[in-house]
Ligand binder design. Structure first.
Ligand SMILES: NC(=O)C1=CN([C@@H]2O[C@H](COP(=O)(O)OP(=O)(O)OC[C@H]3O[C@@H](n4cnc5c(N)ncnc54)[C@H](O)[C@@H]3O)[C@@H](O)[C@H]2O)C=CC1
Length: 304
C-alpha cells in the first residue's frame, strides 16, 4: 500500500506533489490524513514501468499532477523522449492501473493540445498540437480516456508558488526593468489554488467521467496586458511594459516551440457541475497583493 499521513493506506495518491499544482493541492488538503504525496523521488514517471510495482491497495483516486512542462526543451532529442515518457507513456500506464484496479484517475491536460486558432477551446475540439509538448499531452489525454473513471482537467497559464510569469513581472517592476512582453497570445490565468479547488470539487461531486476545462474566468487578456496590470497593481507605470508580437519576441532565438495564440477555454462544462471559477484579474490582484506583502519576489525567471 501507499501510506498516507495517518499511517494507513492512502485513499488519494498525488503524483508530482512538488510542482505548482502539487503544492496547491497540499495546501488545500492540509487537514487530510488520507492522502499520499509522491514526488519524483517516490514515483518517477520517466520510468513508467515502476508505477506497476506500486501497491495501490486502498487507493480510490490517483491525481496526476506530474508532467514534463519544459515546452522548449521538449523540442530537443533528449527532451522529446522524456516528454513522451512522462506526459504520454506514464499516463497510459496509470490508465491501465486505474482500469484494472477500479481506481479513479485525475489527469491534467493543457491548452497546448490545440493550435489556438479557435476563439474559445471546447473540450471536444479535435487535437491540433503545435509542439512536441502539446503532442505528448494530447497522447496522454487519449490514453487516460481509456480508464472508465477518469477526469481530464484541461488547464492553461498556471500560476502557483515560486517561479512564474506574475512573480517575474512584479520583480521586474520593482527592480526598474522595463520588459517587452508578448501581446498576441491571449488567455486566462489559472491560479494553482483554483485548479486545486476544481479538482477537489470534481472528486467531491463525483462528476461524470470526461474532460473538463478548468481556468479562472473573466475577460481573456494577453500576457502584455497581464504584465501591465501587475505593474499597475504594484504602483508602477504600466506603460513601462512594451507589447510585442510573438514573432518579434522570439526573433533570432533558436529552439523555441510554437505557442497557440488563443488559450482561453470554454468553462460551461465545469460550471454545469456546480463550480463557479473566480475572475482571473481579481485573483491576479489578490495574488500580487500577497506577493507585495511578502516583500519583492526574488525570482526573475525568463518570460514564458
Ligand atoms: N504551468 C502551466 O502554465 C500549465 C500547466 N499545465 C499542466 O498542468 C499540470 C501541472 O503543471 P504545473 O504544476 O504547472 O507544473 P510544474 O512544472 O510546476 O510541476 C510538474 C511536476 O512534475 C514533476 N515531474 C517532472 N518530471 C517528472 C518525472 N519524471 N516523474 C515524476 N514527476 C516529475 C516535476 O518535478 C514537478 O514537480 C501539468 O500536467 C501541466 O502539463 C497545463 C497548461 C499550462
Amino acid at each position: 500500500m501507499v501510506a498516507a499521513a495517518s499511517g494507513g493506506p492512502a485513499r488519494v495518491v498525488v503524483l508530482g506533489a512538488n510542482g505548482q499544482l502539487g503544492r496547491a493541492l497540499r495546501a488545500r488538503w492540509a487537514e487530510r490524513d488520507d492522502v499520499a504525496w509522491l514526488g519524483r523521488d517516490q514515483a518517477d514517471l520517466e520510468r513508467p514501468e515502476s508505477l506497476g510495482s506500486i501497491d495501490w491497495t486502498g487507493c480510490e483516486a490517483i491525481v496526476n499532477a506530474a508532467a514534463y512542462t519544459a515546452v522548449d526543451a521538449a523540442e530537443t532529442p533528449e527532451g522529446r523522449i522524456a516528454a513522451w515518457q512522462v506526459n504520454a507513456v506514464a499516463p497510459a500506464a496509470l490508465a491501465r492501473i486505474a482500469a484494472d484496479q477500479g481506481i479513479g484517475l485525475v489527469h491534467v491536460s493543457s491548452d497546448y493540445v490545440f493550435d489556438g486558432t479557435r476563439p474559445e477551446h471546447r473540450e471536444d475540439e479535435p487535437f491540433s498540437p503545435l509542439s512536441v509538448y502539446g503532442q505528448s499531452k494530447a497522447a496522454g489525454d487519449i490514453a487516460v480516456a481509456t480508464a472508465p473513471r477518469h477526469w481530464i482537467v484541461r488547464t492553461s497559464w498556471v500560476v502557483g508558488e515560486g517561479r512564474n510569469f506574475v512573480a517575474t513581472m512584479a520583480s521586474l517592476a520593482e527592480r526598474g526593468i522595463d520588459p517587452t512582453v508578448v501581446g498576441d497570445q491571449v488567455g486566462r490565468l489559472t491560479f494553482a489554488a483554483e485548479l486545486a479547488r476544481a479538482i477537489d470539487h470534481l472528486l467531491a461531486v463525483d462528476a461524470p467521467a470526461g474532460t473538463y476545462n478548468v481556468s479562472n474566468a473573466g475577460e481573456p487578456r494577453s500576457w502584455a496586458e497581464i504584465a501591465q496590470r501587475v505593474f499597475e497593481r504594484t504602483g508602477h507605470d504600466p506603460a513601462r511594459v512594451t507589447p510585442v508580437t510573438t514573432a518579434a519576441y522570439f526573433a533570432g532565438k533558436d529552439g523555441i516551440a510554437p505557442r497557440p495564440e488563443q488559450s482561453a477555454m470554454d468553462l460551461s462544462r465545469l460550471r454545469a457541475t456546480g463550480f463557479e471559477p473566480e475572475d482571473h484579474e481579481a485573483a491576479l490582484d489578490a495574488y500580487v497583493d500577497a506577493l507585495s506583502a511578502g516583500g519583492p519576489p526574488q525570482d526573475a525567471a525568463a518570460v514564458r
